[in-house]
Design a protein around this ligand. Structure first.
Ligand code: NOJ
Length: 762
């Protein structure tokens, strides 16, 4: 009886005790072991004081970007003291060999342990030589060219002292209103993953310690591309299935490709800021994905947890961010001021600090900085490599491949050199700045080849009228662009020129700083008076070839309905004008395909091809199906779409499969023929649909693509092989699962691909 009573009494005690263990486990950050720390790093860790460790976890914005004497006044003075006392592990926005060397010297020679600094910069698309914006490059679907472009950027940036880039941005986005779509790979997780991986490989090369490779950063973990209503920094609210199947795969692909760092994001996920998100940073990234690198916060994102209402003050934010796995503080001044106390009070464990520092030092070691802190400080390389003429060839190659031909109904393109009179109209035709796009810190203003210069270089005779200014003032990366909404004084001359000409090339679109960070728009039209100009010119000469320069998909519905030819040229970087001229004149047969759906109207956004079917897909005779009463559901141009100066025909689609656990268990073959009169490149795309699943699957999902070059009349059989994982999906616990059943396979030149076969896979 007594024993029974003792047991009965003990049960609640044991239960409470178990509960406590469980809770304390929950509160204890799961610190995964950093793989292979070298002896040097372990030894260093043992020697470091807590302040020095926290120093490695701190990144300051450049306070020393001018050559000259050591800064000793104002803001720079205390930062300089911190540098000397080992309280800084990395800086950003300092470049140029002389600046970098001087700062590195302070860290290496004047600080107690002489640990070299990381020098980070947003090297997003090229450096001095500017490549097309990432969204444009993604339209090439050419992974080798994309990798090459990132290589070139790494070569140039590393020659200017940079050893770490905050790229690639792999945020999937379905919302063209969001200005940062220009910086990513578009809307599709498969394409986005391939591109992210190619960029990481390009930046980091085969050997991170080489003097011409730099550490890459996959950003922003996670969900930032889903900012509500496309407004930058806005709340994000995504479902679990979308998170696992759409948002996370490109990050996982970068981790698998060995990316050195990951940047967290400004937004919350399920109410928890990404910066303080244990699930994203520790459970997923360090845990399930076995990530070896370190996590850097986004600019001030630790501090912003206070504004989010997740942290009471900077001390609280510090504790939450550090415990959740934000290893380095970019510009919140949180760790430097509050982490020591938090550790001393036991609110952040020493193992959390050691883990972060180990991860950061590992990357420094991999970069070769311990062996030679000045590895990236070679004045001769700095003189030779940025803006190297070989890089212009690389930039031109990817620029041509990025152009998407949207319409060419009457074969107005390519233009013939015997054309009697060509008018060029539009503010962007002479613009040497906008084609450089946003995020181009290493470049000099006005260094792009304009469309006019491109035409000149090929001796094409034309007459030019600007028609209207796009903006009213010179603008910078930090400022809002001021658009000309009223001045139409140039219209008359443009109209007169159009009247007298056989064909009109109109170059319209967005200013280079109308997309990028903080540049969200509600209207996706041509800013200012440009649409009016277009319609006024059209009234006197409808034979218009429209060249659209933009950092995002615009709504081109009027143009599609009224003009014979449209070329989407995005912002193509340094070689812009040459690439556009090559396409207009037919020296290059366009092959780009859209990495993002182009809407018919802003109200359709978010619009994307890999949507779920809904329970009322329609159409039915009654009104009660999923549609708009004033617009079609269809996009203007679907994902994957793009024309060529030749035509391609797909036929003979066949699918076979082996047992599920065979390596390439599904084979899809198709015959592709160039039925036109000139050689061309087609991006053949394979989509699947999993018809019935425990978690509903999209109507189509891209699972493969191939770049196929064909001469006129040539045909080829192309083969896609799929692995079991390609037919699997993530369940709501984040587990990749395969469910047997019926699958459909579609092959074609865009996401409307209708050539279809199906297989039942047991
Ligand atoms: C904020 C941006 O969100 C991030 O992508 C960038 O790398 C940092 N600023 C540093 O410039």
């Amino acid at each position: 009886m007594n024993i029974l009573r003792t047991i009965t009494l003990a049960i609640p005690v044991i239960f409470t005790w178990l509960l406590m263990i469980n809770c304390s486990k929950k509160n204890t950050p799961v610190v995964q072991e950093t793989p292979n720390p070298t002896n040097r790093i372990e030894k260093l860790l043992q020697e470091m004081t807590l302040e020095e460790k926290i120093g490695q976890m701190t990144q300051y914005n450049g306070f020393w970007d001018a050559t000259g004497p050591v800064p000793n006044g104002g803001d720079a003075k205390w930062k300089y003291d911190h540098l000397r006392s080992g309280k800084v592990g990395a800086v950003l926005n300092v470049s140029g060999v002389e600046n970098v060397r001087k700062m590195q010297e302070v860290a290496v020679k004047e600080s107690r342990l002489g640990i070299p600094l990381l020098f980070g910069l947003d090297v997003i698309h090229g450096h001095k030589t500017v490549s097309p914006i990432p969204l444009a490059e993604s339209a090439s679907w050419d992974l080798e060219a994309i990798k090459e472009s990132a290589r070139m950027a790494a070569i140039e940036a590393s020659a200017r002292g940079i050893n770490w880039t905050f790229a690639p941005m792999v945020d999937i986005s379905r919302d063209a209103r969001w200005g940062r779509v220009m910086e990513g790979g578009g809307e599709d997780p498969y394409l986005g993953s391939q591109i992210g991986k190619a960029r990481v490989q390009g930046f980091q090369g085969a050997d991170l310690s080489a003097h011409n490779t730099i550490a890459a950063t996959a950003k922003h973990l996670a969900g930032y591309g889903f900012s509500e209503s496309g407004r930058d920094y806005n709340t994000v609210d995504v479902g679990t299935s979308t998170l696992y199947n759409v948002i996370l795969p490109p990050f996982k692909a970068c981790v698998d490709a060995g990316v050195s760092s990951v940047m967290n994001s400004f937004n919350t996920l399920n109410g928890i800021p990404a910066t303080g998100n244990h699930f994203l940073q520790r459970d997923l990234l360090n845990g399930r994905w076995d990530f070896n690198g370190f996590v850097v916060s986004d600019w001030g994102s630790i501090k912003e947890m206070i504004d989010h209402g997740h942290a009471a003050d900077l001390e609280d934010a510090t504790i939450k961010a550090a415990n959740a796995g934000s290893n380095m503080d970019m510009e919140s001044y949180a760790y430097v001021n509050h982490l020591k106390k938090a550790v001393e009070e036991g609110k952040v464990k020493m193992e959390v600090i050691d883990d972060a520092v180990r991860r950061i030092l590992n990357i420094k070691e991999q970069l070769g900085l311990f062996d030679d802190p000045y590895r990236y400080c070679d004045a001769a390389r700095e003189k030779e490599l940025p803006n190297h003429k070989d890089h212009h060839a690389t930039a031109l190659d990817i620029a041509r491949k990025s152009i998407v031909l949207l319409k060419n109904n009457k074969n107005n393109l390519p233009l013939s050199t015997s054309q009697k009179s060509i008018a060029v109209i539009g503010p962007l035709a002479s613009d040497k700045n906008s084609p450089l796009g946003s995020w181009r810190f290493g470049s000099d203003d006005n260094t792009a080849i304009s469309v006019l210069e491109g035409l000149d270089a090929q001796n094409i005779s034309y007459k030019y009228e600007k028609g209207a200014e796009l903006v009213t003032a010179k603008t910078s990366f930090l400022e809002e662009v001021k658009v000309n909404e009223t001045d139409k004084s140039g219209f008359d001359a443009a109209i007169k020129l159009a009247k007298e000409s056989e064909v009109v090339i109109m170059v319209l679109g967005e200013h280079g700083f109308q997309s990028g960070e903080g540049r969200s728009r509600t209207k996706l039209d041509f800013p200012g008076v440009q649409q009016e100009l277009l319609e006024a010119v059209h009234a006197v000469n409808p034979n218009i070839i429209l060249v659209v320069m933009s950092g995002r998909p615009l709504v081109l519905t009027w143009a599609e309905e009224n003009l014979p030819a449209i070329v989407q040229s995005w912002q193509l970087g340094t070689q812009s004008g040459h690439a556009i001229t090559d396409v207009l004149m037919g020296n290059y047969n366009p092959s780009g395909k859209l990495p993002m759906t182009f809407p018919r109207s802003v109200g359709q956004i978010p619009i994307y091809y890999n949507a779920l079917k809904t329970g009322r897909p329609g159409p039915i005779d009654l009104v009660f199906w999923s549609h708009y009463i004033d617009e079609s559901n269809a996009p203007l141009y679907p994902f994957g779409y793009g024309l060529s100066y030749t035509n391609f025909k797909y036929s003979n689609l066949k699918t076979t499969h082996q047992a599920v656990d065979q390596a390439n268990f599904v084979k899809v073959t198709v015959t592709l023929k160039n039925t036109g009169k000139r050689a061309g490149r087609e991006v053949a795309q394979l989509y699947i649909r999993d018809l019935v699943a425990s978690i509903a699957r999209p109507v189509k999902e891209l699972k493969g693509f191939q770049l196929v070059d064909l001469d006129a009349n040539e045909s080829k059989t192309i083969e896609f092989t799929l692995h079991k994982d390609d037919l699997s999906f993530y369940d709501n616990e984040g587990k990749l699962i395969f469910e047997p059943g019926k699958f459909e396979f579609f092959v074609g030149g865009d996401s409307n691909a209708s050539l279809q076969e199906s297989l039942v896979i047991e």
